[in-house]
Design a protein around this ligand. Structure first.
Ligand code: SF4
Length: 280
């Protein structure tokens, strides 16, 4: 949940409501995927929700206790497996997240460390007697003390061993920002005579399972349809710029939903913006 969403927002809007809705692995496993995606709506990275749901189903109410068993579940990589093992089972393993990569790079004055090098350094520093407190402390240093722009070296508990404190901003070496491409699309919102709208769940990796309207690549306006407005949405690997058109249709059936039904379906931020245009 914390990928690209602030702790405060996650705590207030997502984490506790999610736990209330799915208090156990069993309840998560037994819920339809659509309900899980709806509870995740707004967090992005929907594959995580889908994988969490798949993992809950696979492990039948009980998480594996070994790192290999955890990594075998969909969506669980080395860091998540180590975090579960260290925090839930007190196993002597280090965790690694974005802030920790920065802290370790500074402590060991590494400009361009590889993942393998960082894992090795993390494991050498680990307090094997107390992996819970050690990992929590390192994460706190990463978020509150050794921040990206204003590391507070005089109060840092790692300053006696830190090789990079003379110029922390050099570690790791700053990366050039990649430019993000813009994808132009037309989104066609088909409405039938009963006032229902056509929307289907997406297939494939991107936003899998979330409902969407008809999308057409390019920016040429469709031959018929009323222009409703435009939406812009930033994703990690591209920016969507879409013109929205309302199109009359004659069909009806399974994939046709009233506006009230649409609002209950899991949808991405872009589709939610389209819903706002429809509502207004
Ligand atoms: S001493 Fe400074 S640079 Fe080193 S880990 Fe602490 S805050 Fe970061």
């Amino acid at each position: 949940m914390l990928q690209q969403t602030q702790v405060k927002t996650v705590r207030e809007r997502f984490y506790f409501p999610f736990l209330n809705k799915f208090p156990t692995l069993k309840s998560l496993a037994e819920s339809p995927q659509q309900d899980v995606l709806k509870a995740w709506q707004g967090l992005g990275y929907y594959n995580r929700a889908a994988n969490l749901h798949k993992s809950a189903r696979l492990c039948k109410g009980r998480l594996p206790r070994t790192i290999d068993g955890l990594i075998a579940l969909p969506g669980i990589g080395r860091n998540t497996a180590h975090a579960v093992a260290a925090f839930a089972y007190r196993q002597p393993v280090a965790v690694m997240e974005a802030n920790l990569r920065r802290v370790l790079s500074r402590i060991f004055a590494l400009e361009n460390p590889s993942e393998a090098e960082l894992w090795e350094k993390a494991q050498t520093l680990l307090d094997k007697r107390d992996p819970f407190d050690y990992n929590q402390a390192m994460m706190d240093i990463g978020s509150d003390v050794c921040t990206k722009r204003a590391p507070d070296c005089p109060v840092c508990p790692a300053n006696s061993m830190c090789l990079g404190q003379a110029s922390p901003e050099s570690y790791p070496a700053p990366k050039q920002k990649k430019s993000v491409p813009i994808r132009k699309k037309n989104i066609l919102v088909r409405r039938n005579r009963k006032g229902e709208f056509y929307a289907t769940p997406r297939q494939g990796k991107f936003l899998n399972g979330l409902y969407h309207f008809v999308e057409i690549d390019g920016s040429l306006p469709p031959s018929k349809g009323q222009h409703l407005g435009a939406v812009r949405q930033q994703y990690s690997h591209f920016t969507l710029e879409a013109e929205i058109y309302l199109e009359p249709a004659n069909s009806s059936g399974r994939d046709w939903h009233s506006l009230a039904q649409l609002k209950k379906l899991p949808m991405s931020m872009a589709e939610q913006k389209v819903l706002k245009l429809l509502s207004s």
